[in-house]
Design a protein around this ligand. Structure first.
Ligand SMILES: NC(=O)C1=CN([C@@H]2O[C@H](COP(=O)(O)OP(=O)(O)OC[C@H]3O[C@@H](n4cnc5c(N)ncnc54)[C@H](O)[C@@H]3O)[C@@H](O)[C@H]2O)C=CC1
Ligand SMILES: CC(=O)C(=O)O
Ligand SMILES: [Mg+2]
Length: 563
């Protein structure tokens, strides 16, 4: 059977010549093979390209300069997003070259915050098919549909059902922008080969009435499935993917919490998978807190942590902090949990609400009188760490942050909700309300600021520092499953890579330009756990780090050989 795509990956960096069957415009129009003006004369002759591209042969770096010139000419964030996606759809090598060389400038466009806007408008800015849609009505075809995808070597599948896209709620099939963005970060951050990544939308309908009424909406115009009908769709999807790509890792992303915990519990021992919002967020947040504690000289086990929001992210972070308090501070599980207070939309999560609480909130229900409001909780608890994961913009009030600072010299303030429009407070606010004393990190990026002549650089506490490396580790050693201990190791590894130069300006995370190095080190740590726990599917390579590095895709033009 002739395959629609070539095999796009050369695994031998020493002799990277790719055999190519396509010719002429068919080649130019394949984003995984296209080099545009970058095809050298020899390939223009051998591959039937003469006359099909402008005469000048342009280096990839000069192509990248043209891209950035045009990028800077775009008027709006959405234009910039669409411009980069057009490049993504035209020439993936160049897209990743540009992303990797302008990572701080472009990550906020392909990822949070702008990807949030792109998802809201997804049906209106849609240009070209990318990834796969598994619609509830097609459930009988899932097993055959997976063979419509041309790549046999898929390694990472990021799947959402669109039910909780960032802090923007149910965006239905518009949520596809999130798996696409996350997978771009897998390639940029950990060197996955682009054709080995697969973004997926599980289209089970949407509870978002405005979307269903939008004439341009591209998803199923039906109420969101729930109960057994929903479970059947997810089950059929996991089965089909696992049958076609048995070694692939499935990342569950942006599922509402009524599904997120259940699905993780159901599949985590069955297939290679994890939930990024629970586990990835837990790891990145613990790493940031550990960095902050290097500045204050305090211990994790001494911290009193208050969460505004008690959903997927809160539970994942709380569990990871508890693991840290137990491992490093010697606390018991119960003692560690007593250091953590969570608030949901009803106020403090307390034991007297136990019967009506969702399962995931119960372990953190405190034996305390009811308190409705964050300010009163802060007054009573006197937290040292405040984490916002409620998706409510501005919900860290000036009064609340000032009150926290009254009791705590260097308050750790992490408004983690995305995109920026949902952040619990801004960096400016946190620094202003604490006279620059806040140890701050946020889910979406904020610019550095200068206060009283002092440079303060807000860190970005986002799971993007974790999932690429965890994924690379799990895939490299063919892990049988992804465990919480791997995420804990990822957190400690990330924390260990924050330099004194970063801490001196209050930045609790490494600069993003280091993401590949971070991912390599996290991947090594994850593999070591897999080897130690007997979960690896390969024999341990003598030089594990080089083994991982050799797997990584570099965005450069590989010579082609006509076949
Ligand atoms: N920075 C990062 O890496 C990550 C950030 N997030 C962000 O965190 C936010 C929450 O995500 P999830 O936990 O998955 O959502 P979720 O829906 O599971 O949890 C939201 C929680 O906020 C609570 N809440 C809503 N309104 C509230 C209010 N006014 N006061 C107090 N609590 C309130 C809800 O009761 C619920 O417990 C989103 O904005 C998401 O973008 C999520 C994952 C990673
Ligand atoms: C970062 C992320 O995963 C979220 O906001 O959902
Ligand atoms: Mg997410």
């Amino acid at each position: 059977m002739s395959r629609p795509f070539e095999h796009h990956v050369t695994d031998s960096p020493d002799a990277p010549v790719l055999p190519v069957r396509k010719r002429g415009l068919e080649l130019v129009h394949d984003p995984l093979l296209n080099k545009g003006t970058g095809f050298p004369d020899s390939e223009r002759d051998a591959l039937g390209l003469r006359g099909l591209v402008p005469p000048q042969v342009v280096s990839i770096d000069d192509q990248a300069s043209r891209i950035m010139e045009n990028f800077h000419r775009q008027y709006s964030d959405l234009d910039r997003y669409s411009y980069l996606e057009t490049l993504h759809d035209r020439n993936e090598t160049l897209y990743y070259r540009v992303l990797l060389s302008h990572i701080n400038e472009l990550t906020p466009v392909i990822y949070t915050p702008v990807v949030g806007q792109a998802c809201s408008q997804f049906a209106h800015i849609y240009q070209r098919a990318r990834g796969m849609y598994f619609g509830a009505a097609e459930i009988a075809h899932f097993d055959s549909m997976v063979h419509n995808w041309p790549e046999d070597e898929v390694e990472i599948v990021v799947v959402t059902d669109g039910s909780r896209i960032l802090g923007l709620g149910d965006l239905g099939a518009n949520g596809m922008g999130i798996p696409i963005g996350k997978l771009s970060l897998y390639v940029v951050g950990a060197g996955f080969h682009p054709p080995r990544t697969l973004p997926v939308m599980l289209d089970v309908g949407t509870g978002n009435r405005a979307l269903r009424d939008d004439p341009l909406y591209l998803g199923r115009r039906a109420e969101r499935l729930t109960g057994p009908a929903y479970d059947e769709v997810v089950d059929a999807f996991v089965r089909a993917v696992h049958a076609r790509w048995p070694h692939a890792l499935i990342q569950f992303e942006d599922f509402s919490n009524d599904q997120a915990f259940r699905l993780l519990a159901r599949y985590r021992d069955q297939v290679l998978c994890f939930n990024d919002d629970i586990q990835g967020t837990g790891a990145v947040t613990l790493a940031g807190i550990l960095s902050a504690l290097r500045i204050t000289g305090q211990k994790l086990a001494e911290q009193r942590v208050v969460f505004l929001g008690a959903g997927s992210a809160a539970r994942g972070i709380a569990d990871t902090i508890v693991a840290g308090m137990m491992a490093e501070g010697g606390l018991s599980l119960e003692a560690a949990r007593r250091q953590i207070w969570t608030l949901d939309s009803q106020g403090l999560v307390t034991l007297d609400r136990f019967d009506s609480l969702s399962e995931h909130k119960r372990p953190f229900a405190q034996d305390s009188a009811p308190i409705a409001d964050l300010l009163d909780v802060i007054r009573t608890i006197k937290p040292t760490v405040l984490i916002g994961v409620c998706g409510q913009a501005g919900s860290f009030s000036e009064a609340a942050i000032r009150e926290m600072h009254r009791h705590c010299e260097r308050p750790i303030v992490f408004p983690l909700s995305n995109p920026t429009s949902k952040a619990e407070c801004t960096a400016d606010q946190a620094y202003a309300w604490t006279d620059g004393a806040a140890l701050f990190a946020s889910g979406s990026p904020f610019d550095p600021i200068t206060r009283g002549g002092r440079l303060l650089v807000p860190g970005q506490c986002n799971n993007m520092y974790i999932f690429p490396g965890v994924g690379q580790g799990a895939i490299s050693c063919r892990a049988a499953k992804v465990t919480d201990s791997m995420f804990y190791a990822a957190a400690c590894t990330l924390a260990s890579l924050v330099g004194e130069d970063s801490l001196s300006v209050g930045r609790l995370y490494p600069d993003l330009t280091l993401i590949r190095e971070i991912s390599v080190q996290i991947a090594v740590a994850v593999c070591e756990i897999a080897f130690a726990e007997g979960l690896a599917g390969i024999k341990r390579p003598n030089d594990l780090e080089s083994f991982i590095r050799a797997r990584m895709f570099e965005p450069r033009y590989v010579p082609y050989e006509a076949v």
